[in-house]
Design a protein around this ligand. Structure first.
Ligand code: SF4
Length: 279
């Protein structure tokens, strides 16, 4: 059995930067995070051991605490509250997400109505929406697009959204509006990962997707590959089952953006063990 590990496996640059910075900061004192810092249990547990406290709500965090803003960013009112309560803020919002924030603020100031292509439940989308003074609409598919009275509209997209769905949404917006400015704010690292998922699933008999079950970009990778080839989605190596690999000649391994490369290595080692037994 041949094992092909995707070149993109491991953290994306935004998550790598956030985890490095928070680890450095944890050497000083405990840090609070509203919700899990990334969608990966092993990393969250590791950081908890170092002193990170995951809070479910702002009321669980004492005044003047040290507080991290996750890579997805946080809604404007939450940041405001953190400031009012004298939190020491470590802003780990990914620079690519920050760019969308600046763009959306500028467009809103200029009077544009903004379509945000993305998942309305995703924290990144909620943070972007919070900067539009309500002059925006989140659209998760072409059917959700509604015409608006504004003569000027603009489109941005959640960094990890599915590019094909984004194009369908843009088509619909163009049909419904005379003037629309389209900003492709998809993360190029995510696109590269999705392209690799497509490429690998065309040349292997089985794809193993490694990443959090609650990670949106990992789920997108699984959706892409399972349409093309038999695929399994696991969070970590112990979930692997040997019988999945019976009669498999080539297997591909790819990971979500918040999966550490060490986890991908462990998965690779376990699968290599199956191969050794077969020989
Ligand atoms: Fe940033 Fe892209 Fe990683 Fe999201 S997936 S954190 S936008 S680098």
């Amino acid at each position: 059995m041949v094992i092909i590990v995707a070149d993109t496996a491991g953290f994306c640059s935004g998550v790598k930067r956030a985890i490095q910075q928070v680890q450095e900061d944890l050497q000083k004192r405990e840090v609070f995070c509203l919700g899990e810092i990334i969608h990966n249990h092993s990393v969250v547990e590791h950081l908890r051991d170092l002193g990170m406290i995951t809070a479910d709500s702002m009321s669980d965090i004492p005044d003047q605490s040290r507080f991290v803003v996750r890579t997805h960013g946080l809604p404007k009112d939450v940041i405001k509250q953190a400031g009012e309560r004298n939190f020491h803020i470590l802003d780990l919002t990914c620079p690519k997400v920050k760019k969308i924030h600046h763009l959306v603020v500028d467009l809103t100031d200029k009077g544009y109505f903004i379509y945000i292509a993305g998942n309305p439940d995703h924290p990144e989308v909620q943070a972007i929406f919070s900067l539009t003074r309500g002059n925006a609409m989140v659209v998760k598919d072409p059917e959700s697009v509604r015409k608006v009275p504004n003569s000027r509209t603009a489109v941005v997209v959640q960094t990890t959204f599915n590019p094909e769905k984004f194009l369908l949404i843009v088509d619909e917006i163009i049909l419904q509006n005379k003037e629309t400015r389209i900003f492709n704010t998809l993360c190029e690292e995510t696109i590269k990962r999705q392209q690799e998922a497509k490429r690998l699933s065309g040349i292997v008999d089985l794809m193993v997707i490694v990443g959090g079950k609650n990670s949106s970009n990992t789920k997108t990778l699984y959706n892409i590959t399972q349409k093309r080839v038999r695929s399994v989605h696991i969070e970590s190596a112990p979930e692997l089952e040997e019988h999945w690999f019976v009669d498999v000649r080539k297997v591909g391994i790819i990971s979500g953006a918040s999966t550490p490369v060490e986890e991908v290595r462990r998965v690779n080692e376990v699968i290599s063990g199956y191969r050794a037994k077969a020989i």
